[in-house]
Design a protein around this ligand. Structure first.
Ligand code: CA
Length: 223
């Protein structure tokens, strides 16, 4: 899962970024609204954390422009304490959730998880597919109760597929959602990751759809 963070307070931005990285997200950060708007307009994010008070273009305008252009990714806004008008106007501008500064980073992560799973049509923080379970809170993956150790990139890839169970996902889409914009992307590595995950799980849950990509699905008859 890939997150855009638009926050002009550098200390806060660094702190949030590190927490997001630790939680297994790919993260792009920018400190001004115009750049933030451009990134959200051109890159496919799974969620956006958007401060409202930003230089060049304020957060509310950024959000209104995205929504007017049909961008539907979940957006969580960061608002100043006690400013109920910020919250109301932000939600009316198309925000999905808000958090008031100062906040505890665990709460931000929990709200983000909820936004991402809801936008993927998942109600539970525990994603299940046949014998495979991925807990989005702890980052733990099990197969029939057996814990599987995945690298950060393998986890990102599996998490994206688990959020989109049953859908065909192209290599390009996977690449765009597990790497940040500065990463030197190589879609061939996707196949390497998929093969490693298959080996570690020892069951076939990630199917190759020739010429199109991958589909995560549990088919008891096929095993
Ligand atoms: Ca600010």
């Amino acid at each position: 899962m890939r997150i855009l963070l638009v926050e002009d307070d550098e200390n806060l931005a660094d702190q949030i970024k590190q927490s997001l990285l630790d939680a297994g997200y790919a993260v792009d950060v920018t400190g001004d609204g115009e750049d933030g708007h451009f990134l959200g307009d051109t890159e496919p994010y799974d969620a956006v954390i958007l401060d409202l008070g930003l230089p060049i273009m304020d957060g509310q305008s950024v959000l209104r422009k995205w929504r007017a252009d049909g961008k539907s990714m979940p957006v969580l806004i960061l608002t100043a304490r006690d400013s109920w008008t910020d919250k109301v106007e932000g939600l009316d501008a198309g925000a999905d959730d808000f958090l008031t500064k100062p906040f505890i980073v665990e709460e931000l992560l929990a709200r983000l998880r909820a936004l991402i799973r809801r936008s993927a049509g998942q109600a539970s923080p525990q994603l299940e597919c046949g014998p495979v379970m991925l807990d989005t809170r702890s980052g733990k993956v099990t197969v029939s109760g057996r814990a599987i150790k995945l690298t950060a990139q393998e986890f990102k890839l599996l998490s994206y597929l688990m959020h989109h169970e049953g859908k065909v996902i192209s290599r390009t889409e996977l690449t765009e959602h597990i790497y940040d914009q500065d990463f030197d992307r190589d879609s061939n590595t996707i196949e390497v990751f998929v093969n490693r995950i298959r080996k570690k799980m020892d069951i076939l849950i990630i199917h190759t759809v020739r010429g199109l990509g991958y589909r995560l699905e549990w088919d008891e008859a096929a095993t």
